[in-house]
Design a protein around this ligand. Structure first.
Ligand code: NAD
Ligand code: TYD
Length: 334
């Protein structure tokens, strides 16, 4: 198994999940360790002989080719990406390089090495924004509105085109907003928890009434494993757990649980092109893959808050930038 982006939020949870659920599998984890990649998120897997970490870029064909052949990789789960909408507004170029061109290189290499299945981990954001009602289905039109979601939509289309043109076995999954441990504190939930704990303001974009459909990262990981094992080639599967919340309600709830006052909330200028509402219809994944989310929001959010309370060092090192030297400090002498 090759997992790309395995030092990121979902990737590190996925690698741990796969090692637990499929102990016979060797998981090769290839990650460029961009600002979002954190080798410290994998420190408990350091002694695991069936977890092989490779520091590298999905856009480097020679390296990918070598890794696929050296480890006789049977399947690829592509999570490597630039993932933050706000960064894509500040600088779209790297989103094109990694999310589109990188995926195309990975597809070529996988095809040439005879990889049996390629799973592209995508997002509901490729469908654009919803009004007050309705949900995205797999046949909803692609109407991405940010450079991030446009780059993910382009990658999805390339993956499906490789399936169609070259008879490659490919699957695309499109999941809603994830939350859980090891999420980089630039995304809404961990940012708000960390700011509240440090007594800083909580920056809510615009009126804060934008709606996101939240899923615990472990439920997403379970869906990815099922898609890999049971999905039909060439198909797209939406993943989401029917859990819509306006941003302001999430922020208020986090403050309540942390025992902090609402005066920390600060309404700031809205994100340009901000999508108003996402909601996912995951009935295809439920019926075809037998997937159901297991983690309720109250339970999952509490566990996530507890994790950030208990792992303050992890996110503090991320916020100070200290985590960036962790790889050298930890692996440099090995
Ligand atoms: P993340 O930003 O936390 O992690 C991305 C990882 O990819 C990092 O470890 C980074 O170092 C690595 N990476 C970046 N460029 C790379 C490259 N060129 N080569 C190799 N590695 C590279 O992101 P995440 O939230 O864990 O998201 C993972 C994937 O899931 C992304 O493809 C994202 O689009 C998708 N997704 C995320 C969500 C969400 O809510 N977070 C929802 C649906 C889909
Ligand atoms: P984010 O976690 O960036 O995910 P995405 O934009 O991919 O859905 O943001 C979730 C929601 O929270 C989104 O509507 C933007 C909003 N938001 C804020 O209001 N303030 C913030 O500081 C951040 C990072 C996000």
């Amino acid at each position: 198994m090759l997992v790309t982006g395995g030092a990121g939020f979902i990737g590190s949870n996925l690698v741990r999940f796969l090692r637990r659920e499929r102990p016979d599998w060797t998981v090769v984890n290839l990650d460029k360790l961009t600002y979002a990649g954190n080798a410290e998120s994998l420190s408990d897997l350091r002694e695991d002989p069936k977890h092989v970490f490779v520091h590298g870029d999905i856009a480097e064909a020679k390296l990918i080719d070598r890794v696929l052949r050296e480890h006789a990789v049977e399947a690829v789960l592509n999570l490597a990406a630039e993932s933050h909408v706000d960064r894509s507004i500040l600088g779209p170029a790297i989103f094109v390089e990694t999310n589109i061109a990188g995926t195309q290189v990975l597809l070529d290499c996988a095809r040439q090495a005879g990889v049996k299945r390629f799973v592209q981990v995508s997002t509901d954001e490729v469908y654009g924004s919803l009004g007050a009602t309705g949900q995205f289905t797999e046949s909803s039109p692609l109407r991405p509105s940010s450079p991030y979601s446009a780059s993910k939509a382009a990658a999805d289309l390339l993956v499906l085109a490789y399936g169609h043109t070259f008879a490659m076995d490919v699957i695309v999954t499109r999941c809603s907003n994830n939350y859980g441990p090891y999420q980089f504190p630039e995304k809404l939930i961990p940012l708000m928890i960390a700011n509240a704990l440090e007594g800083k303001k909580l920056p809510v974009y615009g009126d804060g009434r934008q709606v996101r459909d939240w899923i615990h990262v472990e439920d997403h990981c379970r869906a990815l494993l099922l898609a890999l094992e049971k999905g039909r080639s060439g198909e797209v599967y939406n993943v989401g757990s029917d859990n819509e919340w306006p941003n302001l309600q999430i922020v208020t709830r986090l403050l309540q649980v942390l025992g902090k006052g609402r005066e920390l909330i600060e309404h700031v200028k809205d994100r340009p092109g901000h999508d108003r509402r996402y909601a996912i219809d995951a009935s295809k994944a439920r019926s075809e893959l037998g997937w159901t989310p297991r983690i309720g929001f109250a339970e999952g959010l509490q566990a996530t808050i507890d994790w950030y309370l208990q792992n303050r060092g992890w996110w503090e090192r991320v916020r100070t930038g200290e985590y960036r030297s962790y790889y050298e400090r930890n692996y440099g002498s090995r």
